[in-house]
Ligand binder design. Sequence first.
Ligand SMILES: Nc1nc2c(ncn2[C@@H]2O[C@H](COP(=O)(O)OP(=O)(O)O)[C@@H](O)[C@H]2O)c(=O)[nH]1
Ligand SMILES: [Mg+2]
Ligand SMILES: [Zn+2]
Length: 259
Amino acid sequence: MCGDVATVANRQGAWYVEKIETRKGILERTSPVGKRQVLAANIDLVVVVASIASPPLRRGFVDRALASAEWNHLPAALVFNKIDLRKTTEAADLTVLEKVYGEQAGYTVLKTSTVTGEGIDNFKNLIRGKTVALAGVSATGKTSLIQAIHPHLNLRIGAVNAKTTKGKHTTVSARLIPLENNTFLMDTPGLRAFSVDHIPKAELGYCFPEFEGAGRCRFRNCIHETEPGCAVLEAVENGTIDRERHLSYLKLLHEDNTF
Ligand SMILES: Nc1nc2c(ncn2[C@@H]2O[C@H](COP(=O)(O)OP(=O)(O)O)[C@@H](O)[C@H]2O)c(=O)[nH]1
Ligand SMILES: [Mg+2]
Ligand SMILES: [Zn+2]
């Protein structure tokens, strides 16, 4: 599997896998026909790359990718790229994003621009020595970010076309691109890797870290939707949980295998 650490031996000219080390973690999803698929092993970090403008920020995607990482027990971090466009009218408010994703949800939040070079060193440090899966919609700057720290690398990160009509089978295969300093980049087999359709509805709330901090709901099986005594809904009302995050949660809760 992509990302495995294996011991191999050569016997009479043929290579054999003798041992596969215990996997630290896996990235998995459910296929369109409901089969569990493991996409990669030993991913250390999921980095969600979003642009604050051009294309406009899609918080729904960000929240989906983060929830998927949580479900896979993978640490996640956020990179808001194209901050050179912060003064444009469509630009998302970075102060709000840092509060919601940094302070409230507890993720590492970086702000970068591959045009001005702002934050690029932070990005380099973030991924150093790790096996990293990048998640992000097209044109948010994933290839540009990697190229900014590896100018000599000839990358085609977006080359894997995961676009598929609903229900159609696609062969997904992942690949690791070695960078310097023992850093590996997973050439993600598309956004579907970060689907959430395999998360049981009763557990989706655990994939939003700030929900935990809201305290206990009256009902143990509360899905934080309309229940009386829901601590999450109260937190949304008093602003300690962001309303848009909660809306993303509700959207995922009612989603049926469409992505
Ligand atoms: N203004 C601005 N444009 C950027 C930045 N990073 C990338 N771009 C541009 O955004 C487009 C998409 O970048 P690319 O790296 O191919 O995105 P990917 O699809 O996520 O790999 C290209 O035209 C880049 O030149 C940035 O920080 N600021
Ligand atoms: Mg690309
Ligand atoms: Zn609740």
